[in-house]
Design a protein around this ligand. Sequence first.
Ligand code: ADP
Length: 894
Amino acid sequence: MIKKWLEIIFDHKVSLRERMFRLVTGISMVALIFILILGRYTGNLFLLAGSLIYMYIVAKISIQKEAINAGATATVILLLVLFPVVFFTGGGIYGGVPEWFVLCFIYISVTLEGRRKPLFFLLCIAETLICYYIAYHYPELLIPTTTAQAYFDSVRSVILAGVLTSVLLLFQNHLYEVENKLTIQQKKEIEELNQAENHFFSSMSHEIRTPINTIIGLNEMILRGDISDDIAENARNIQGASKMLLTLINDILDLSKIKSGKMEIVNTSYETGELFSEIVNMIWIKAREKGLEFRLQVDPSMPSMLCGDEVRIKQVLVNLLNNAVKYTKEGSVTLSVRCERVGVNRVRVWYSVEDTGLGVKKENIPYIFDAFKRVDEKKNRHIEGTGLGLSIVKQLVELMNGEISVNSVYMNGSTFLVTLEQDIMNEKELGTFTLTSRTKVHEGAQYQRTFEAPDAHLLVVDDNEMNLLVVSKLLSDTKIHIDTASSAAECLKLTQYQHYDCILMDHLMPEMDGIECLHALHAQPGGLCQDVPVIALTANAGSDNQQLYRKEGFSGYLAKPISGALLEAAVLSILPKELVHLSEVASQSEIGKDVLIFEQAKRISLMVTTDSVCDLPESLRKEFGIKICPYYICTEQGRFLDNSELMAEELLSHIAEGNEGNSHPPEVEDYEKFFARRLNEAQNVIHITMAKHVSEGYHNAVEAAKSFENVTVIDSGHLSSSMGLSVLYAAYMAEHHASKDEIIKTVKKLRRYISSAFIIDSTHMMCRAGQISRKIQIMCDALLLHPVIVLRKSRMAVGSMEMGSFNHVIKGYIKKVLLHPGAIDRRILFITYAGMDDKSLQYIQELVRQYCPFERVYLQKASSAIACNCGPGSFGLLFMRKNDALITYSDAGK
Ligand code: ADP
C-alpha cells in the first residue's frame, strides 16, 4: 500500500494538488502515531487507532470523489481536535507536542484552498494561544511529566518534526525541478511548433500565390479581350474571388506572424505627403465605383517627414478605408489626419476614418476587433470578408505602441480613430495637401494600355512556365519584345549576347535564386546587361521585401499575383524614355479626380459637454466651449426643446393655468446624434449629466455612449447650476490640458464638495412631477412649510423644513446654507431661481453679501426643465466647499 501511495505521489499524470494532499496526509499520519505515543493518557491508544482510520477513510473518499478541499478540511478539523488533547496529556510545553502544532500550520497551508485556508489558519493560531493560556493559568490541568521525560519527548519531536518537514520540502523541490524541466521542454516544443506553423504558412502562401498569379493574369487577358457580357461577368467574378483568396492568405500570414511575435515594426523615415497620396490612389476608385464621395482632410501643420513603419501604417489605414467603403452604401468616406506636438522632436498623429455607412450595433462593438469575428452577419452576408482585418489592424497598431478606438451608430456610420506617436524627421510643414503621386496606377482600375515600346527588349526570368506566360501576355499590348528564361543560368546565357532594356526576375528559383542571379549579372564578364534595371518578382508577401530588394540592388519589386496595370507602370518607370510612346488614355489625369481635399478643421482633443439642465450662463458656456444637449418639455401642444423652444416663464404661466408641462431627458438616439456631432469637433468627449437617481438622462447617455469608445459619461451627482459647477470645472481643466482620467477623477471627487440646496416656495409642482408625495404636499401647505431640497449620493432628499412667511424662510435658508463661511470656496456663487421677482432677488443678494460675500455671483434663471419641477419662487445658493481637488487649478471659474 505504501509503495502504491509513493508511486502515485511521483506520478506526473496525477494532479499536483492530489499528490501534495497524499504526501502531506501521509506525513501527518506518521506524525500522528508519534504524537499519540507521546501522550500519557491511556485513552490515546483508542484515539490513535480511531484517528488513523478516520484519516485514511477521509483521504480515500476525497481522492475518489475528487473533493480534495473537503478531505483536507475534514483532516484539519481532526488535527485541531486532537492537538489540545495530546497537549494536555503530553505535559504542555514541557513535552514534545508544541512542535506538532507547527506541522498543523504546514498542513493547512499546503492542502487547503480558497477562504478556508486563512480561516483555519486563524483557528489554529487561536487554538494554540488558548492551549498555552490555559496551561499557564491552570497548570493543574496538565498531566505532569518528569524533566527527563520532557527532554526525551522534546528531542524526539524536534527530530521527527524536522525530518518530516524536510521530506515535504525535498518533495517540493523535486516537484519544482521536474515541473521546471517540463515547462522548458514544453516551451521548446511550442517554439518548434510555432516555427513549423510559420514555415507552413509562408510556404503555403508562396505555393498558393503562384497558381493565383496564373488565374488572375490569364483572367485579366480574358477581360481585355472582346468578349460577351456573360463571359465578362464570369471573368469579373473569378477576379473578385481570386482577390478575396489573396487577401485571406495575406491576413492569415500576418496573423500567424503577429501571434508568433515575428511581426517586426521597421521604423524608417518617410514622406507623409507620399503616404497619403498612395493611400488615396488605392482607395478613391473603389469609393467612386460605389458612388461614394471620398474626402481627405490633412492637417497643414503635419511635418513633411516622419519616422515610422510606413508599410504598416498604410496597411492599417487602407484596411480601415476598405472597410469604410465596403460597409457604406451611400454618402461619403473621409480620411482625416491631425497632429499635435508631444515633444521637441515628436508628434502624435490621429488618423480618423469616417463613413456614413451601416455602422455597428452597440452590443457588437466590443467584439469587432476579435479575429474571425464578423458581426451582424445577417445584414453583412452579401459583403465579402473574413473577420480578420480589424483584428490585424488592432494588433499592428498596438505593436506600434498606438491606440485604436471605434465610435459607431448603427445605420448612421462609423469612425475608427488610430493614434500613433512618431519622430519628426523634417520639420517642414506639409501645408495645403495636394496629391503628389497621381501618376501611380491604381490596381483596381479597368485596364487601359498606358504605353507602347515596340523597340524595347525585355527579359522575364522565372522557373515557372505559367508565370512566364502570364507576364508575357500581360505585356503583350505594349508591343515590347519579350524573351523568357526559365532559370538563372539561361538568363546569364542570354545576357551574354543580347542587351535588354529591362529584366523581370523571379526571386525563388532552384539552384541559383533571383538575388544571386542579379549579382552574377552585375559582375558578368562581357555581359551586356551589367547596368540594366532589374525588377524582382516575388510570391512572398511582406513589408520586409521592399528593403531586402532595395538593399540587394533591384530597381523595384512586384508581388505576385501581378496586375497588368501595376506591371506596365513598373516597366514604364524604368524603360528609357526614348523607347516609350505614351498612350493618350486619360487614366493618369483622372486618378484622384473625385477626391475632395480639405484642410483639416481643427479638432480639440477633449470636449466637456452636458445637458440643458446645467443652468450655466451662456457667457460661461461660450468661454469654455461647453456644448449642451437639450432636455425636452412636453405639453398638450407637443414637445419643445428646453430653453430654446420654450422658456421657463412661459412654461410656468402655462402650468399655472392648469395645463400640462413635464420635462423629459434626451432619448438614447438624441444622445447618439449629439455625441456623433461632438466627435466631429473633438477627439474625446466627457459628458456630465444630472444626478443619476433624479433623471433618466444619465442612463440614456450611458446607453448611447456604448456606441462611442471616445465618449465618457459621468454622473455629476447634482442638478441645475450645482451640476453646472462641476461641468465648469471639468471644462476649465480640459482647457488646461488635463487628461481625460484626471478630469473624470476630479468630477467624481467634486460631488462631495458641491453644495446643492434649493428652497421651494410651493410643493405643488414637485408633487405634480412625482418628486414628493401628496401627503407631504398637504402637510407643507397646511403648516406653511417650505422644504429645502438637497442632493445626497445622486438622490434628491428633503434636507430640512423652513417655516413661516417666504421672506422669513429665505433668511433662515441663507443663514443655514452659508453657516460655515470659512469652509466655502468663495470664488463663485450661483443664485439659480425660477419665477422670482427682482425685489426678492435683491433681498437674497443682500443677505448673501452680509453672511458670506463671493468674488463672483451669477444670478441664473433656471431652465424650463428645472423650473417645471420646482415651481415658481424656488431658488438655490450653489457653490463649492474648499477641497483639495481644486488645488492644482486654483483659479478655476475665474
Ligand atoms: P471583414 O473581413 O468581415 O470586413 P473586419 O475584421 O475588417 O472583417 O471587420 C469585422 C467586422 O466589423 C465586419 O464583419 C463588420 O461587421 C464590422 N465592420 C468593420 N468596419 C466597419 C465599418 N466601417 N462599418 C460597419 N461595420 C464595420
